[in-house]
Each structure stands twice: as structure tokens, then as C-alpha cells.
Design a protein around this ligand. Sequence first.
Ligand code: ZN
Length: 848
Amino acid sequence: MHLRPVGRVLAASALSLLTVITLAPAATGAPSRSPKGEEPGNGPERNEVAAVDPPRISALSALAENKLGSREGYPRTTQLRVYPEDPADKAIKLGLTPYHAIAPKLNELQGRSNRISVEVVGQSGLGRDLYLVTLTAPERPSETRQQERWRDKIENDPAAAARDRQLAREYKTPVWINNNIHGDEWEGTDAALRQIEYLATTRDRKALDLLSRNRVYFNVTANPDGRNLGTRANANGFDLNRDFVTSSQPEGIAMRDIVKTVQPVMMLDEHGYVSGTLIEPTGPPHGQNYDFDLYIKHGYANGLNIEKAVKALGHPEAQDTQIPFRDYPSGEWDGWAPIYTAQYSMFHGAISYTIEIPMRVNRGDYNLPETELRRRSAINTDVSEASMKASLEYVQDNRSALIANQIEIFRRGAAGEAQRYIPDGFVPGFGPEDRFTTKFPRAYVIPAGSTQRSGAAAARLVDLLVAHDVRVRQADRPFSLAGRTYPAGSYIVDMHQPKRALANVMLEQGRDVSASAEVMYDISGWSHRLLWGASVDIIQGGDLRVASKPVVAASPTGGVDAGPGQDLAITVRDGKDAAAVNDLLGRGIELKRRANGSVIVPASARVAALQVADRYGVRFSLAPAGDAGAVLRRPTIAAAVGPDELFALRDMGFEVRPVSTEALNNGFDLSRVDVLVVSSGLRYDLLNASGKAAVDAFAARGGVVTRGATGSKFNADAKLLDVTAVAGRGDANGIVNVTNGTGPIGAGALPQSFVYAPQWFTNLGAGVTVEQRYAAGHPLAAGHWRANEDGTGGPEAASGQPVVVSGADERGAKVVMFGTEPLFRAHPKGLYAQVANAVYWSATRNPV
Ligand SMILES: [Zn+2]
């Protein structure tokens, strides 16, 4: 996953490290939660390194995609295009397969086996093909169609599937093996290639029997760019094993589409490196939406089975195996968030595992001598392959039980049955600390029309749900439910559905799990209902028989609600609104921005307004009488930010130039920049004289937007806004309740926000406006936020405190400071508008 290479005695040391982080002055050093080093991106570390633009690879021809499942029968052969040899590929030093060697290998195997199928299921950020390789005995098209009917029946008519004896006998059990999602955890790919070759070419009867009764799917490398570059993240700087319910990255979308199409009964996600080998199931907290009894029964049994196979290899380095469910305290290696491959795959009916192979070969260790690295990688490849072989044997031995198990997951969901009480000792070690359950609502309704906060946000949420295989219906006529009336076109998520757990994990508020564990592995709050900007109602009961049709795609939401010849207005309440405004600005259309934040589009730009309304799903209204507003030009942003923030800013159509301490020291030109955004990798105190002079000169005319500890420190060191920043506990994260002010950023913002390593502001000088405060009392709505050992830094300390402030520096710069994380991992789409408004406001001279 998860990368923290915890040993089983690490609870105490992890805690003391956290203390160090939270007591350290903001943004100094490079704090890490892991004694063996953790990548930036998961918390306080993310403030240290500013994103740069990814490298580009060239000379890659275009390829027509063959969509997953679009061809009939097996094998499905694809003559793969071959990539230029790259002698710098980081796998080579390890004696492992460089990306460019994978396609030739798969082409060769397809030439001599009719049990191997290869499909291209997408491209990486830099344009490398993603390979889905299927091993199974040949099937006639009619046989494949029958398999697809059974797969569909398991999901959509599970009660009948449970009674279907032919299905139980002849359905080919799908198993999905995902590899190399972290680019610098290489060996899963090599183990997969070995298994692929073996299964494609062996004459062993047991293997042939396996392939006649199962389909084994390999995502050979989930992160080809990271594999080639030796980076954990993809080329956009995203940790793909955190992106599952956000779906912001092409590689993540490909994996999501594989798991929902394949519907595996079992899946493995091959990672490294944890000393000794780590095999899930996770420890608690476990996600509260699962039918966990159906997971843990097989999950733990095969976990033990994998452990046995790994030990049987006889490598001394792979003997100290760890199963977090059995061996770790709560929170050390939890299964709470739906952002990881294994935890996400459970929602599609899989018994799933994160596997961590034992011998570190990445980061600092990559500099070890080649012979040592190759020794380590050989052991790792053996361990990874052992986990695959053991799991395939388990599936073969427990085929019918696993199929029945998946059917039961979907049957309970479709029937709307309550989760089962799981008694202590249900599997060895199951206790009260493992018991996480929820009560599902009867439905969620996403209203259409004027009752909706943002039509574009509602459509985005509906499209995301559908893309994840959540059933959504759209009402043909107005209807009433639970005392409320909804217009035609409103969306209904009936929670009696096979993947109700997935629907709920995205739409529920979540829970404050602070009391359940001292630390959590990663984020503990994510609610799409609260953070994605759409209004969503929770329906606890009532008659859901509403004339409706299933949704394939949300209805268009864009339009212009004023006649020709009239000036138009748009208020930026969503990132989509900002994208529309930026698109118009990019066309050279002169817009005005009023003091109340609304953007005025001249009547002469009507055609362009109609086009962008359609493109982004936003609405323009008649510009009300009022002030003329200040001229809004397309702002040029210099951003010292995390890769996720860079991605989100560009997603809104802003023109962004990456900057950093180093870039400014090397003479980066701020003279053409309108707004400087600072959250990562820019330290005023580390600037040389010319860098400081450039920032000081900029402060007399430009706008500044800061976020987090690095941003607050920059504000203080550059003597911008007169405030004192206070840091909450460094690993605290989740959804917080907020109250909004009426200033340019707070007005109309959502009543919830997202924090990670939260900040707040005290000692506000004259002229500093509070845009947003933490709600009074206990502001955490869902997530994990505890106080430091000395009692500081907790949610109570943040109660009622300003968390977003704005004001003008005495030299003239307009400054906005965020103690929240409005662009975190490109997830909280409903918070983007706050940053867009901060940019527009701070970029606009002489507000009227
Ligand atoms: Zn990993």
C-alpha cells in the first residue's frame, strides 16, 4: 500500500516520530512518519517538494484502443506496438524486465500459445500502453457469451445465480493480479511474466485444469511510467494506490475498469517492501460498509496459505512474515479508506490482498551494488510469484465456495439486508476491535434543477458513481419522497443494489475514527457527498417506485438563461465554473469581476458563453444591474505546490508555471506573474538576495495564495499578512465542519472542508478578513484527528478558529491563506472554487 514498512513492534516508535513531526517548526527539515523513509504525498511531507512538469516521452505512435471485453472468444490476441529501447529504464539495474521488453515478450508468447490473451486497456500519463493479459483455456465466442451471462447474473440476479447449478459447475472463476502500481516496487511484474509464461506454455495437467475452470487476469504493470523512471507515483505525481474513488488518473481508471469488468473473486496487489513479507488481511479499522464476514473467512484462510507458501521458499529473508490482521495493533495497517486497490476491489466482490515483498531495492537502496540488488530482486520475485501460485491453488480448491461467497455479497446488497453480526473468534483473532458496521440508508437522491447547488457538480457525481458501477436511476417525472418533492430528472441511488457498499462508501459522511486507533495509515475521510459540491439528500425510507430509467451518463446541465443582447453573469461556485471562465479568458474575451465575486460576460460573447456552458455544464444567467466590476484578465500563476495541486489548478484551466526556492534562486521571472501560489517547496528564508528581491517586488503588485505549513511560513517570512499560524497534529486529516464568512472566498463555500495537517490563524491584524472558520465545538465530521500528547493541536483547539483568511499586504499584495486542503489529491472537487476565487480576487486590481 501502503509503504510504511512497519515492523510489528513499531507502534511505539511510530508514535514518537509523530510527536517529533508535530513539535517541529512548520516546514523545516523533511519529517517522515517512517523510520525507513516515506515519500512525499501522504501528509506533512507533501509540503517539502514543489512539483515540476513531468518529462515527456516522444516517438510513440498512436494506437487504437481495443476496449476491454469488446471482442468475443478467447484467445484475444493483440499485436502490441513495441516501444523504443530505453537503456536508462530503472528496472535494468535490478536484472528485471524494462518496460520496453514487455511487449516483445507478450507478442512472442501469443505466437506460441492459445491460452494467452493480451488486450490494451489504456495508456499511462506519458502514453505507454497498459496490458491486461488473460490466461485461460480457449473459448468459442458462444462459450464466452455464456460466461458473460453468468458473470452478469452473479451481479444482477444474485438470488437466481445462487440456485444455478450449471453456473456453479462451469463459471470460470476470475482472478485478478495487479502489479507494480507503485513504479519503484518492480518485482510483481516479473513474477507475473513468469507465471504468464508458465501458464501459457506448461503441459502440467493441474495447470491445464486450472485454466479450464478459471480465468487469470494480470495487469502486467499498472504504472509503466513509474516503473521506467523508478518513482512510486505516476508521471503526474499521483500515488495511484490512493486514487481509487477519485479516479483522477488514467492508470487508475484502467484498473477500476478492469476490476468492475472482470469481477474477480480474488485479487492480489503486488507491492514492496516490508521486511520479512507482509500479507493482508489488514488490521482494524476495517471499512464499515463491507459484509466483512464474507471477506474475512476466505481472506484470512488464504492469507495463511500465502504465508505458508512464502516460508516454504526457504529464503531466510522471507521468513519473518506479517499478517496485519493477526500481528499489528489497530491503525498500523488499516483497511478503512477505499483508496487502495485491495480495499476498493472488495466492493466489487473480491477477496483481496496487498502483498509486500521483503527486500528493499528502491530509494537509497537503489545505490547498492548491482549484484546485491539483483540478489534481492530475485528473492522478491520468488516471493511475489509464490503469493500468486498459492492464491491460484486456493481458488482452484475453493472455487464453488468463492463463487457462492461473491454471489452472497451481491445478494445481501440487492436485498438490502443488514450486515451480519460477526462473533468473536469467527476467524482466529477476530474481536470487538474488528467490528465495524453501518446502517445503510434506503436511498440517496441527487436533485435536478434549481434545487441543486451546482448542476455541473451533480452531473459529475452521477457520472462518477456510474463509472464505478453504482446503479443510479433518473426520474421521468416529479416525485415526492420522505416529505420532499423532486423535479423530473432527479437522480435516485436505491441502496438495495448489489454494490451498495461501494455506493455508500462514496456517499456516506464517514465516521470519526479518532478513538479507534492512535494513528491511521492514510486519509480517514473522503465523502463525495460532502466534498464534491453536489447537493445529495439521504432518504431513510419511503416508496421508491418512481418512474425512472437507468443512467448511463448524467444529463447535460449547461445553458444560458438570458436572451441575446444581454450581459451574462456567472458566479464561481465550482471548479467547472472556473474552467468556463478561464476558457472565455483564454479566448481573449474581456470579463469583469464584481466585488460580490460574480463574473460578467459581455452580451457580445454570447456564442462563446453558449459553447463553454455546454462544454463544462455550467449556467450563465442574466447579469443583474450593479457595478461594472474590475477587469478580469487571464491570471498567470506561479505555483510552488504539490503535484496534485498543480494538476487541479490546470484542471480548472489556469495557466500555471511551476516554481520553487531553487527556481527563484536561479532567476525565475516573477514580473509576468499575477498570482503566486505557495504550499510546497518554497522557502523565503532560503532565497538568495535576488530571489528575495523578486518576491518583495512582487508583493507590491501581485497576489499570493498560501496553503498549509509551508504556505504559512512563507507568509510570515515574507511579511505578508499579519496573522499567526497554528499547526494542528501533523497526521490529522478528514472532513471538517466550517462556517463561512461573506468575503470573496467564503461566500457560498460548502459547509464542510477537508484538512490534512490542519492549520488555523490567530492574532489577526487589522484588515484581515475571516473567510472561513472551523465550526465551534468539535469540528471533525469524519476522519482521524487527535490532540498531541501535550493536549495541543486537537480538534477542540481548532474550535471556531479562522481557517481561511484574506487581506492586503501593506505593500499592496492581496493574500489568501488556507489552513485547509481544497485541492488534496485532486479529490475534493467541491472545494476547488475557493482556490479559483482566491486566485481571481488576488489577481484583480482595484476592486470596485
Ligand atoms: Zn506499494
